[in-house]
Design a protein around this ligand. Structure first.
Ligand SMILES: *Cc1c(COP(=O)(O)O)cnc(C)c1O
Length: 374
């Protein structure tokens, strides 16, 4: 802690509590966890370890390399009855390592289906895989015509033991968007062709669209990490991330004086300007220039001028002079100004805020009892 200029605190107890809340909500369906992109930047091994202890057994990463890394990190803490799905599926040549490591690929295209079947022919056993169908996202998944042709062919699924049928929602966070109901209808229609295969549709927000979206398994990511699942509604999830950075120095500037690169901000009255040790190299997005807010003892500090690589300048006028000390801790993300609020100020979503969190922060993990896990 001695030389930390900024501390990122990840509350693993809150991750577990969020997972339990979502599990109760989808019961009797099961609840999995998406831990791709290093668990949205928070540490996949720490998060998965916590959720394994909480009882989660279905995990999702995006890439084969992420799956291998996670299994290597967990070692013998990875139980034999847990499943690790690879959402992007295998790229050509990835198939053997998936089998070797027990990764379950999501097959998204005819090419991926054929690649998996080719390996199954060589090994002489049907290989487990999830099948993704495209119900409207037009990103990953078998287009309906390709799915139909595989179902219609007598040996269409030969060599494949489907363990899950999945699809992905386009706009689940917006309950007013009718695309979710359209996708649900298409998904149910396609699922009739593989009636014995368990189904999985809902991401975090999809869980809140109601029981009709829950099927056999839900696969939330963002909500586990505290992101608000429903647009315009109070956030029912527990905050997971706290970020504090230290005040380096401050100065008083006069009317007309510019601050920071290109002087995109000028003082119109005498202003005390503070410099805080967080910048875009830490994932504090440059789009927050002149807009984002930080806090000191509850007082709001607006970002003035451009966000720099290693620092950001803030308006300290709301802070009584007596509270200013070099090294003071400034709140960047906390329960009052959460990741969704910061995202709105920076013109993005909380997913991008989380996955941008930098590697220069001192990372502090709190376990379920609130104790530092080191
Ligand atoms: C990222 C992802 C998820 C998780 O979505 P959240 O909105 O973070 O809950 C689920 N399914 C797929 C296919 C994804 O790519």
């Amino acid at each position: 802690m001695a030389h930390a200029a900024a501390i990122l605190t990840v509350d693993l107890g809150a991750v577990a509590a969020n997972w339990r809340m979502l599990s109760r909500r989808v019961a009797p369906a099961r609840c999995g966890a998406v831990v791709k992109a290093d668990a949205y930047g928070l540490g996949a091994a720490r998060v998965a370890g916590t959720l394994l202890r909480a009882g989660c057994r279905d995990f999702f990463v995006a890439l084969v390399s992420e799956g291998i890394q996670l299994l290597d990190a967990l070692g013998d803490r990875w139980p034999a009855d847990a499943r690790l799905y690879v959402l992007n599926g295998p790229l050509p040549g990835d198939e053997p390592v998936c089998v070797r490591r027990g990764l379950v690929p999501v097959l998204n295209s005819l090419e991926q289906v054929r690649g998996w079947q080719a390996l199954a022919r060589q090994t002489g056993v049907a290989l487990p895989a999830a099948i993704q169908v495209d119900t409207g996202m037009a990103r990953l998944g078998l287009p309906p015509a390709h799915f139909d042709s595989l179902c219609a062919a007598p040996q269409g699924w030969a060599g494949i033991a489907p363990t899950l049928l999945i699809s992905h929602l386009v706009a689940a966070e917006d309950p007013a968007d009718s695309v979710s109901a359209d996708q649900l209808r298409r998904f149910e229609a396609m699922a009739l062709r593989l009636p014995s295969v368990p189904r999985c549709l809902a991401n975090s927000s999809g869980i809140f669209l109601g029981p009709g979206f829950h099927f056999d398994l839900a696969r939330p990511g963002a909500a586990l990490y505290g992101v608000a699942p429903v647009l315009g509604q109070p956030n029912p999830m527990r905050p997971v991330v706290r970020l504090r950075a230290r005040l380096i120095q401050w100065r008083d500037v006069l009317p007309g004086q510019g601050v920071g690169y290109n002087h995109i901000w000028h003082a119109t009255e005498p202003t005390r300007v503070g410099t805080v040790a967080v910048g875009y190299a830490d994932g504090y997005l440059r789009s927050g220039s002149n807009r984002a807010r930080l806090r000191l003892n509850g007082a709001e500090l607006r970002v003035i001028g451009r966000v720099s690589m290693d620092s950001v300048t803030v308006d300290l006028r709301a802070v009584p002079a007596g509270q200013l000390v070099a090294g003071a801790w400034i709140d960047v993300i906390d329960a009052v100004q959460d990741i969704d609020a910061l995202a709105a100020q920076a013109g993005t979503n909380a997913y991008e805020i989380l996955t941008s969190l930098g590697c220069r922060y001192l990372r502090e993990y709190l376990d379920e009892d609130g104790l530092d896990e080191g």
